[in-house]
Structure formats: structure tokens, C-alpha cells
Design a protein. Structure first.
Length: 297
């Protein structure tokens, strides 16, 4: 029997945009998510035989065209993570929402030389109106679903850690969908395929690299075994900063509040390597674009 499919989705959020989520505004663009984080990620993926999807903030597309081209050459997919990574995407005016989607797609395609067909919303914040905008802008899939009640405490924790709670409190407290497995969303204009973040069947605990830092190895492997045994596909999100060391890479110390950033770089890269090996042993890891087609409504 063939292995179920899996996709590792990397949100390439630069350090300054992570800090914007914690209430620090007006910081200059930070390139550490591209160099040295991306080369480390590409090397780790190559060793494990994993092809991934990288969700990129298109604000950086022109400046980071060389890095994006390297991602594409390695067989990975580049998808949109919006134009400017607004804190509460779902509440944007429709015209601004459309601009974020259209312009991000245009800039990313110009930088990487490939068609961009997928999207993940910043902070997994996307509603029905956002899905309609995605479809109208020509995207073919979304990966913003977070079908777990843990989304609400995650929002509250972000607000508590932030020096400006208003941004976090504008985020929708409810998931885009409660469906655990990928499905076809039928809107007014055209259908989209939705790839929600994987959550466990009963507790709906998110299978997410951020949670990996607080989970022992045996528990994590048991969760992966359960998905593989049931033949369920896996959608596993992580961040580019998961390949950065706070001290080793001289990351802005304000990011120490972000999960995992207190860990030494060597330990983080070892966790990443074990994670990718475990996923590759149980699943067929491919980009989201390779999973399109055949989903039920």
C-alpha cells in the first residue's frame, strides 16, 4: 500500500514581520529568514528527500529573487503569504484584500519564474470573503484552515505576549473550517481546494512545528503513526525562523518570546532533521501543487 501524501509548508516570515505580530511596528526589513535560514532549510529538505511549499511574503520578492529561484530549482513550490503580511487579513476591506492577493502573486511569479497558485493567510486568518477573493484572483488552493479549538487560546497567548494587543484581538477567533481533511470549497465564482493544518482526531491538537518544541519525541511519532495508519494526508506547517538561532545568528532579541527561539541553533536543526526524517518515513512528501485534483466537495 502506498504511503499517504504529506506537505511541509514553510511560512517565510522575516523577523521584522514576526515582531510586528508582537506589536513592534516600523522595523526595517530583516533578511535573516532568507540568509542563512533558507539555505539551511533547503539542505535539510534535500537530505530527507522532502519537497515542500514555501509561503513567501511578496514584499521581499524582488530583493530576494535569487533565493526564490533557488527554492524553485530545488523542486519546491513557491506560494503567496500575502503582499505585506497584514495582521488581520480577514478583516481587510475587499479592495485592499484583492490588492494583497493580486500584487503578491504578480511579484512572486516575476521573481521565481513559475506560476503561483496557492496561498496561506498570515496568522491563518481568512474567512469566506477571503476565500471568494482568492478564487476571483485566480488562485487554485488555500492552506489557511486551522480546524482546532486551540486557535482561540493561541490568539489570546499572542495578545498577551504583544506590546500592542489590538492587532491580535482583531484576528478571527474561529477557524475558517472545522473539516480535518482536504476538501473542495465551492464559492460563487470558482472552486478552491482547501488544505487545512493537520489536527488530531479527538482533541484536534495541531500537528505544527511550533507545537513540536513542547512535545516529547514519543508523543510526536505516535501522532504521525496514527495519521499514517489511518491513511490520512498530513499538512505540517513551520516557519523559516525555525532554522535560525537567536544568539548564533544575532536575531533581534525581542524575538525571544517566539516559541522555539530560546533553543540553541544546533538543537533546533537536530529537531528539524528528525522531524523531516520521520515524515519522509511515513508519508510521500510533496508540495501542495502536486496534490491538486480529486478532492470531494
Amino acid at each position: 500500500m502506498s504511503k499517504p501524501l504529506a506537505t511541509v509548508g514553510v511560512d517565510v516570515d522575516p523577523v521584522d514581520l514576526h515582531l510586528a505580530g508582537y506589536g513592534y511596528r516600523g522595523l526595517p526589513p530583516d533578511s535573516l529568514a532568507y540568509e542563512p535560514a533558507l539555505p539551511r532549510l533547503l539542505a535539510a529538505f534535500a537530505r530527507a528527500g522532502v519537497r515542500a511549499t514555501f509561503f513567501v511574503v511578496a514584499r521581499d520578492a524582488a530583493a530576494q529573487a535569487v533565493a526564490l529561484a533557488a527554492i524553485a530549482r530545488a523542486g519546491h513550490e513557491i506560494a503567496s503569504h500575502s503582499l505585506t503580511h497584514p495582521m488581520a487579513f480577514a478583516s481587510l476591506p475587499t479592495q485592499r484584500m484583492r490588492h494583497e492577493l493580486d500584487e503578491s502573486r504578480r511579484l512572486l511569479e516575476r521573481a521565481c519564474g513559475e506560476e503561483v497558485i496557492g496561498y496561506r493567510s498570515p496568522n491563518f486568518d481568512l474567512g469566506e470573503r477571503g476565500m471568494e477573493a482568492l478564487a476571483a484572483c485566480g488562485y487554485r488552493y488555500d492552506a489557511s484552515g486551522y480546524p482546532s479549538p486551540f486557535l482561540l487560546p493561541a490568539r489570546l497567548l499572542l495578545a498577551l505576549k504583544s506590546r500592542d494587543r489590538s492587532g491580535a484581538l482583531r484576528l478571527s477567533p474561529w477557524p475558517l473550517t472545522w473539516r480535518r481533511e482536504p476538501f473542495r470549497w465551492n464559492g460563487r465564482s470558482r472552486p478552491l481546494e482547501e488544505f487545512p493544518v493537520s489536527v488530531t482526531p479527538l482533541l484536534r491538537f495541531p500537528v505544527y512545528h511550533t507545537a513540536r518544541y513542547v512535545m516529547d519525541e514519543r508523543r510526536f511519532l505516535g501522532i504521525l503513526d496514527g495519521f499514517a495508519r489511518r491513511g490520512e494526508p498530513l499538512s505540517y506547517p513551520m516557519h523559516a525562523v525555525d532554522a535560525l538561532g537567536l544568539r548564533e545568528d544575532r536575531v533581534d532579541p525581542k524575538l525571544s518570546r517566539h516559541p522555539g527561539m530560546e533553543r540553541p541553533l544546533k538543537e533546533k536543526l537536530e529537531i528539524l532533521a528528525r522531524t523531516l526524517e520521520a515524515i519522509a518515513a511515513r508519508f510521500q512528501p510533496v508540495p501542495f501543487r502536486d496534490r491538486l485534483g480529486g478532492l470531494t466537495a
